[in-house]
Design a protein around this ligand. Structure first.
Ligand SMILES: Cc1ncc(COP(=O)(O)O)c(C=O)c1O
Length: 462
C-alpha cells in the first residue's frame, strides 16, 4: 500500500506556496524603500546606545562597529536599528554575496523554515543535505578530481576536517606547509596555521606549521624563492609533511593574488612527494570571477582537498576518492541548518544561472569599474592616498593614506560614520578590504566613491 508522503504534500501544497510567495513579496516591498545611505534618526539615539551597551555587557567588550541591523536592507544597503542606512561592502566578511534582502533568498529561507527540523545532522538528513552536497561535487568536479563533500557549519570546521583527511592519508606525517600571512580560522589548530600573532596571544606554539612566502608581484624572483623554501622544508621533514595548505588568493593577509605559474611547480612537487594539496577557498568561493578560485587559476586537477564556507551559508570539505577517510574520522552534530542549505543553494544557482562568472560576467564588470573608481580617486582628488588598488573579482583592496594600522583604523570608523562599511586586511601595509556584493550597480559604485573621497580627505586633514 502506498502512503501519501506528508512532506511532499506540504512542499507541493499550492496554498502554502502562495502564502510563501505573498510573504516574500510583502517583505521585498518593505525592503525596496531602502535605496541609499542615510543618517541615524535622533529619536532612536538613546534606545540604540542602550542596545550597544547591552551587547558590550554580555560580551565583555564592545562591537567593532556600533552596528545592530534592523533586519531590513536592499541590495548593498542595510538599515540599522538607529534608523541609519549604510552601504555595506563587507557583507559579514563575505557572507552576503547577494547583498541584503535579495528576493530569491528571502523566498528560499521561507521555504527552508517550513521543515520539521531546524538543523540537519549527518545521521538524519533531509533532501536539502543531499541536494547541496550533490550540487557542490557536480560543480567542483567539472574542473577537478574532487568527488566527495562533507558538509559542516563554518570554514574553521571545514578546514579541521580537511586537515584530518590529509593527516590520515599521509599518517604518521604531522607537519603542514602554509603561507606567510595565512588565515585559516579560529580553532586551536587553525590559529596555529594562521600567521598573525595578534590572533593567538597567550596560546602555546605547537610547531607543526612551516611557512613559505606568498607571491610578491614586486619581486621578480618571488616564484623561485617560494619554491626553493618549499623544497627545503620537504627535504628537512622527509615523510613528515601531511599537507600544503594555501589560499588561492591571500585573504586576511592583504588580498594579494598569484598567477598560475607561481603555484604549478609547487603543486607538482607536492604531488610527487605524496603531500596533500589543499586549497582553502573559504573566502574565495564564488568571488574571484569563477565559482571556485581553482578554476580562475586553472589548478583544479592538482587539488586533493578544497574547503568552502561563507557565501555557501554553510561549509564543506571537498575531497578526491583517494582522500575519502575511514569511517569515524569526521562527523559532528550539525551539518547545517535547513534554511542555510536552501539559501546556499539559491545563491549558487543564482550565480551559476545569472551570467555572473567568466571574462564577460557581471563579477568582472563590477571589478573593473570599482578598481577604476579607486584609481581615479588616487589620481585626482585623493592624490596618492589610495595606492595599489587591485585583487580578483569581488575581492578588492587598496592601501589608503600611509598604510599604517592607526590611520586605517581611524579611516574605517570615519567611513562608517559617513555611511560606508568596509574592513581591513594585511599587516604591512594595512589595507582597506572590500567584499563587494555581486548585485552592486554602477550608481552604487559612485555612492562608494563619494563617501571614500570625503572620508579620506577628512582623515588626511585636507
Ligand atoms: C581563508 C579562510 N579560511 C578560513 C576561515 C574561517 O572561516 P569561519 O570564520 O567560517 O570559521 C576564513 C574566515 O575568514 C578565511 O578567510
Amino acid at each position: 500500500m502506498t502512503h501519501d508522503r506528508t512532506g511532499q504534500k506540504i512542499k507541493s501544497d499550492a496554498k502554502v506556496q502562495k502564502l510563501l510567495d505573498e510573504v516574500a513579496q510583502t517583505i521585498t516591498a518593505h525592503n525596496q524603500k531602502i535605496t541609499g545611505p542615510r543618517e541615524a534618526s535622533p529619536e532612536y539615539k538613546m534606545e540604540y546606545e542602550d542596545l550597544l551597551k547591552r551587547v558590550e555587557r554580555f560580551r565583555g567588550r564592545p562591537l567593532f562597529y556600533p552596528y545592530i541591523g534592523s533586519g531590513a536592507g536592499q541590495g548593498p544597503y542595510v538599515e540599522l536599528e538607529d534608523g541609519s542606512v549604510k552601504l555595506d561592502l563587507i557583507n559579514g566578511i563575505g557572507i552576503h554575496i547577494m547583498g541584503h534582502g535579495h528576493p530569491r533568498l528571502v523566498r528560499a529561507c521561507l521555504s527552508g523554515a517550513m521543515s520539521d527540523i531546524v538543523m540537519q545532522g549527518h545521521l538524519q538528513i533531509n533532501q536539502d543535505y543531499l541536494k547541496m552536497g550533490e550540487k557542490l561535487v557536480t560543480l567542483a568536479g567539472k574542473k577537478s578530481k574532487l568527488k566527495h563533500a562533507w558538509l559542516s557549519t563554518c570554514g574553521t570546521i571545514a578546514n579541521e576536517n580537511a586537515l584530518k583527511l590529509a593527516r590520515q592519508k599521509t599518517t604518521p606525517a604531522r607537519m603542514i606547509i602554509s603561507m606567510k600571512n595565512a588565515f585559516a580560522g579560529r580553532s586551536t589548530m587553525m590559529a596555529e596555521i594562521t600567521d598573525n600573532p595578534e590572533y593567538k596571544q597567550g596560546l602555546p606554539e605547537y610547531n607543526e606549521v612551516l611557512r613559505i612566502p606568498y607571491y610578491d608581484a614586486k619581486d621578480p624572483r618571488s616564484k623561485e624563492t617560494s619554491f626553493t623554501k618549499l623544497k627545503e622544508h620537504v627535504a628537512k621533514n622527509e615523510k613528515n609533511i601531511a599537507a600544503f595548505a594555501f589560499e588561492p588568493m591571500l585573504g586576511e593577509g592583504g588580498y594579494y593574488y598569484a598567477p598560475r605559474e607561481f603555484f604549478i611547480p609547487m603543486l607538482e612537487f607536492c604531488k610527487e612527494k605524496g603531500i596533500a594539496v589543499w586549497a582553502d577557498e573559504v573566502q574565495t568561493f564564488c568571488r574571484t570571477g569563477e565559482l571556485f578560485a581553482f578554476e580562475t587559476l586553472d589548478i583544479g586537477n592538482y587539488l586533493d582537498l578544497c574547503t568552502i564556507a561563507k557565501t555557501a551559508q554553510s561549509a564543506a570539505t571537498l575531497y578526491t576518492a583517494e582522500y575519502n577517510p575511514k569511517p569515524g574520522l569526521i562527523a559532528g552534530t550539525f551539518a547545517s541548518s535547513t534554511v542555510s542549505l536552501q539559501a546556499g543553494m539559491a545563491i549558487i544557482d543564482e550565480l551559476v544561472e545569472g551570467n555572473y562568472f567568466g571574462k564577460n560576467g557581471k563579477i568582472q564588470k563590477i571589478h573593473t569599474s570599482f578598481v577604476k573608481m579607486l584609481n581615479e580617486l588616487n589620481e585626482t582628488t585623493c592624490k596618492g592616498l589610495l595606492q595599489d588598488a587591485g585583487g580578483l573579482g569581488l575581492m578588492i583592496a587598496v592601501t589608503p593614506l600611509d598604510g599604517s594600522k592607526e590611520k586605517v583604523m581611524e579611516l574605517l570608523k570615519i567611513l562608517f560614520k559617513n555611511g560606508l562599511m568596509v574592513f581591513n586586511c594585511g599587516k604591512g601595509p594595512h589595507r582597506l578590504r572590500f567584499l563587494i556584493p555581486a548585485i552592486m550597480q554602477e550608481n552604487d559604485i559612485q555612492v562608494a566613491r563619494h563617501i571614500l573621497e570625503k572620508s579620506i580627505l577628512e582623515v588626511a586633514g585636507k
